[in-house]
Design a protein. Sequence first.
Length: 519
Amino acid sequence: MRNFTVADLLYERADASSEASSRVALKFQDRSLTYAELDARASELAAGLRRAGFRKGERVATLLYNCVEWVELFFAIAKLGGTLVPINYYIASPELAFILEDAEATWLVSEAALWPIVDGAAELGPPRRNVSIGERQADALFYDDLFRGDRLDLSDAAEEDLFLLQYTSGTTGRPKGAMHTHSTVLWNSYHQLPDFGIGSDSVVLGIPALCWAAGLHDFALAVLIAGGTFVLNPSTSFDPDEFGRTMERERVSHVLLVPTVLRRVVASGVLDRHDLSSLRVVISGGEPVPVDTMAAFHEQLPSTQVIQVFGMSEFPTIMLWLDPRYAEAKRGSTGKACSIATVRVVDEDGRETPAGEVGEIVCRSPACALGYYGKPEASEALWKGGWMHSGDLAYRDEDGFIFIAGRGKDMFISGGLNVYPAEVERVLAELPGVVEAAVVGVPDDDWGEVGEAFVVVDPDDPASPEALASGARERLAPFKVPKLWTLQTDPLPRTVSGKLTKKDLREGSRAGRDVSTTS
């Protein structure tokens, strides 16, 4: 059986005998690269890094905004048999130093706008070689100087070699590097072709940053596997009208829009101002997607499927997805497993829970991470009984559709009964005047814990605590209805990858208005 790596997928499509060779693979602003050109650039860069002393197995950290160089590096490191360590650009120098040390990174590639962060970490992290993009920096190799015309087309990298350390967001503590091989990365992307209809005629618009798991591993790599075109969006801002212009100009067929962006797109009216008839699939996830928002999008673009998904940095990044045919009948569900995963909901003893009973999501897939780099205890906890444990709580209905109940640590106990915030948040998000909502458990003298709801309201038609409590009581058991309410117009606090940071909410808890709703 042939050894097939990430480098091979680009090499095969860039070969002169391939129909994809002269097809545009990557677009970013005013730059375009065909498959042949992208492979040539990656091969020259690999040769330049080898010349500069890079050796197989070394770790290369990237601190970059979305750019062509990011994609070139991805494939160059694959050719060299190295390991890529993407780092979020919204990071402080001490945090950068921690990841560099934790990953044992010996190389760091960054750009001028982010160089102050690199300088700030110079004395904190391990010794390394720095590479600068855009502008020359002191004591750093200059990216453009690595290109001298010679090429390193193929290497001795193996499909089971460590290729990617995808760091978690750190919402439950210090970030951990999920270990992925060439094989797990490819499996994670290959299933997206049949599951979401990605082919050589597909055009994917990449909105999220490539340093995020979803940015690179939801559709972007899949469309390159298929021989289609990946249009990369600048990562520092999002403008709905620019989004509309890009979608129309490039005839985009697939895009990922996180729930906050999806809401902005629907509210902006941009769907009516531009011809988006080419758009076939929109996926959204990271948190429950309001069904009303999905319905409003679909109403304006009936030919477009709007699909809710659920996944992890540990992969698959699209572990579960909801077939649009069931969007209304299975309101609030995140669907069923993708084509390369087996997913169960289990209790603390690893037994599958009956329909309606909350348990933990566990998964088996050839895309799953091997574990966490340098953390054997955390890796053992991730993999128990031959299943990858997500830490996310959920339940199945009688038809096998999965409904997220929240993170295990988010669950709280009120009056001796378990409350799962995600269930309450889904209800609140669909009430009039609500933009988004989050619920945390806070101490209470009478009930042990009660829910405090942090609700972002529509400034033009704000809901009141009394109205929200009344609406929640109609759809939830009394013990699940929040007792404390904080209403605001500012967005909820999130990590740079879009996840709610509930620890920040807990630190400011009990500032809300008390509405007696529990009994």
